[in-house]
Design a protein around this ligand. Structure first.
Ligand SMILES: [Mg+2]
Length: 407
């Protein structure tokens, strides 16, 4: 079997970049580039075509050796990751088995997911109005009632929310200058009022959730070390599941393992990071130095699903847990997350359910609607990743000037 083409297309209103690898045997593999606003990566995905043409896609690792070094931390690892997942889709379809069988088989028949959708575009349709303790309390009370029976939910606080820019004098640092995309980054020592406000918001969340739903918090990046320690210690009585990305995080092209280790060793509150990190080597320092309690690689950024599995196994050997990131992975990324999470070792907690709302209705086949029951998704048994596009529906939604996979 040989790779004959690598194609991309952008679904207009979703800004979603879809990838397809074709072969001489008529079997194709599908994937999706992480994050809905990353359609600018189309030429980046196509750049790799020259290196993978004529290769046997079922020798996944041999193909990946040709392109893996040509990627980097988010967003520059997402193109390589998408190609890896499309190759596994082909390998599974060719063998007539779901991808998990090729990764060593299932450890679990259903995978736990967590709800991280504390955003205006959340598929829950529930919007948090502001960043007061009352806003958090009301939002948590509503989100708790969401269908799916989620056992873990995540909220953004501090520098991972508008709190840092809307609460008066939240911190002593500079306000970011426009343009602030793709990520609003702020940093600074927090004021006492800012820190107290943050703690009050977390207490309000706990008040609403009780101990029925585990509370995870996405915090940064942006915290200074003394504040990170003070916040983590102050929250110790609340038993939060983890504090995510306090030091480095989204769009940070390095990991600072020694600084994370200082924070983690100072508190019993679990510390989490890793969504932007590329490759096992990117995680090496954090894992070997026991710098965090939980890692959160995203299969669509780390270099693909096999790379994620390797990182998970290595973390497990070091007593570190894993809760993969996935909010922007879309429906095809969701399919990949299910396949790989079924195979992960027993340091697995849950993966973050991608934001796949009604805007995707009718575009993909293979993912059951309302798939989350009691906080879990059942692992499907269809060949490959088990997902297909509805070509006619997709054609109607393509960005102007785009054709269906360049055809
Ligand atoms: Mg995060």
């Amino acid at each position: 079997m040989k790779i004959t083409n690598l194609k991309c297309m952008v679904i207009s209103d979703l800004h979603a970049l879809l990838v397809r690898i074709d072969t001489d045997e008529g079997i194709s593999g599908l994937a999706q580039v992480e994050a809905s606003k990353h359609s600018y990566l189309k030429p980046h995905v196509l750049y790799y075509k020259r290196y993978i043409l004529e290769q046997d896609p079922t020798n996944v690792e041999r193909v990946m050796l040709r392109i893996r070094r040509l990627g980097a931390f988010k967003p520059w690892g997402s193109s390589v990751s998408a190609i890896e997942m499309a190759l596994w889709d082909i390998a599974g379809k060719t063998a007539g088995v779901p991808v998990y069988r090729l990764l060593g088989g299932k450890v679990r028949d259903k995978v736990r997911v967590y709800n991280g959708g504390d955003m205006p575009y959340s598929p829950s349709g529930l919007r948090r109005e502001g960043t007061s303790p009352e806003d958090y309390y009301n939002h948590a009370s509503e989100r708790k009632k969401l269908p799916g029976g989620f056992t873990i939910m995540k909220w953004g606080i501090g520098f991972h929310s508008t709190m840092a820019s809307t609460f008066p004098e939240y911190h002593y640092g500079e306000q970011p200058l426009p343009p602030t995309q793709p990520y609003l980054y702020q940093t600074g020592l927090t004021t006492e009022r800012g820190l107290k406000h943050t703690i009050a918001c977390v207490k309000a969340l706990k008040e609403a959730l009780g101990d029925e739903v585990g509370l995870a918090l996405d915090c940064g990046p942006g915290w200074k070390v003394p504040d990170a320690i003070r916040l983590a210690k102050a929250l110790e009585p609340l038993n939060v599941m983890w504090l995510e990305d306090m030091i480095t995080g989204d769009y940070t092209p390095y990991t600072l393992p020694d600084i994370y280790r200082t924070v983690t060793q100072s508190t019993s509150t679990p510390i989490h990071t890793g969504e932007q990190i590329y490759l096992r080597q990117g995680f090496q320092g954090l894992i070997e130095k026991h710098s965090v309690d939980i890692i959160g690689p995203d299969p669509c950024d780390v270099g693909g699903i096999m790379e994620l599995k390797w990182v998970a196994e290595y973390a497990d050997m070091h007593g570190i847990l894993i809760a993969p990131h996935g909010i922007g992975d879309g429906p095809i990324g969701l399919a990949a997350l299910i396949q790989v999470s079924a195979t992960l070792p027993q340091n697995y907690i849950a993966f973050e359910l991608p934001n796949v709302g009604a805007e995707w209705d009718g575009l993909v086949k293979g993912l059951p609607k309302n798939a989350v029951k009691d906080g879990f998704i059942e692992v499907p048994d269809k060949p490959g990743m088990g997902i297909e596009l509805n070509e006619q529906a997709v054609r109607k939604r393509l960005k102007e000037g785009e054709t269906y996979f360049d055809s």
